[in-house]
Design a protein around this ligand. Structure first.
Ligand SMILES: [Zn+2]
Length: 57
């Protein structure tokens, strides 16, 4: 399940802790469907970036 942090808006998959892995605050909540889409899109962008980087190097 995907979670979102209300403090820094970081999106992440559930960890063993109840705090945000980015800012450390315990202000996490289940991500909305919109945020889940955003997370998926961002993953695709990251793959793209890694791909273009490896081509350049
Ligand atoms: Zn956070």
């Amino acid at each position: 399940m995907l979670y979102a942090c209300d403090n820094c808006h970081y999106l992440f998959l559930r960890t063993s802790e109840d705090t945000c892995p980015d800012c450390g605050k315990a202000m996490i909540r289940p991500a909305t469907s919109e945020e889940q889409e955003e997370y998926k899109n961002r993953e695709n962008e990251n793959l793209w970036t890694e791909d273009s980087n490896s081509c350049r190097v």
